[in-house]
Design a protein around this ligand. Structure first.
Ligand SMILES: [Zn+2]
Length: 254
């Protein structure tokens, strides 16, 4: 928490006229800005981020899940502009996710909606940092790509590995489309830097996985326009949007 306060203080010195601070965090963030659990931040449990940050910064603070923030940015200014129903997946070390349904970003009952990386795709599969087994992010993330490379041994062609990874990505996306019937999938995170090298095989594998592809409108699978910055941009947009409420600690929807 000290580090976070320090970063915000430093940024405040570099930028004039800061009126609000937005933060995106990887994990289960509730509507009051508390990070309850983060698979890739072991030891961080039930951490109230919003209250101490607002006290230190002296301006309105908005705290949300980082993938949710990324979707806010892509919906307002990027690859989900003008779209009513979309899924965003960030393929990084793990997999983050966020849902746009009926034009609204979904947060669920607790604020925890969109933990797409922890859909189980392989019963009793690989152990996941979340404590369960067989989660999607164990098969379709950056860590999974590293594992595929190690399993392949030697120096296999990149396209072969990306093809295998794409199959796992497509499996999860088909499941999501079956449940949510979205018109667009936005792929962000570090692996999205592969661009069409990854998305082209994902699209063809998706068509093999999705139910009745000939009888449904095409689902566009596109790369996030804001890349690694999407979370920060979306967090800032959420913070700006909440200033009018006049509250010091603001969690979107809370
Ligand atoms: Zn998991």
């Amino acid at each position: 928490m000290t580090d976070l306060v320090g970063v915000v203080a430093e940024l405040g010195r570099q930028v004039d006229g800061v009126v609000a601070v937005g933060v995106g965090l990887p994990g289960l963030v509730d509507r009051r800005g508390t990070l309850h659990m983060a698979p890739h931040l072991p030891g961080v449990v039930d951490l109230d981020v919003a209250t101490p940050l607002a006290a230190a910064a002296g301006v309105a603070v908005s705290v949300d899940n980082d993938a949710t923030c990324a979707l806010v940015a892509e919906h307002a200014l990027g690859a989900a502009r003008g779209v009513t129903d979309a899924v965003l997946v960030t393929l990084g070390t793990g997999i983050g996710g966020a849902l746009l349904l009926g034009g609204q970003v979904q947060r669920g009952t607790s604020g925890f909606a969109g933990e797409l990386g922890h859909m189980v795709v392989e019963p009793d599969g690989r152990a996941c940092p979340c404590g369960h087994r067989g989660c999607w992010e164990g098969y379709a993330s950056g860590l999974a790509l590293d594992r595929l490379a190690a399993e392949a041994g030697g120096d296999p062609p990149g396209d072969l590995l990306l093809g295998r990874l794409a199959g796992w990505v497509a499996l999860g996306l088909a499941n999501l489309v079956h449940v949510l019937d979205v018109e667009r999938v936005v792929v962000g995170g570090g692996l999205s830097a592969w661009g069409e090298h990854l998305l082209a095989p994902v699209r063809s594998a998706f068509l093999e996985r999705v139910m009745a592809p000939a009888h449904r409108p095409p689902v566009s699978i596109v790369v996030a326009e804001w890349g690694e910055r999407a979370g920060a941009v979306g967090a800032a947009l959420l913070a700006r949007g909440q200033i009018a409420s006049g509250r010091r600690v603001v969690a979107p929807g809370g």
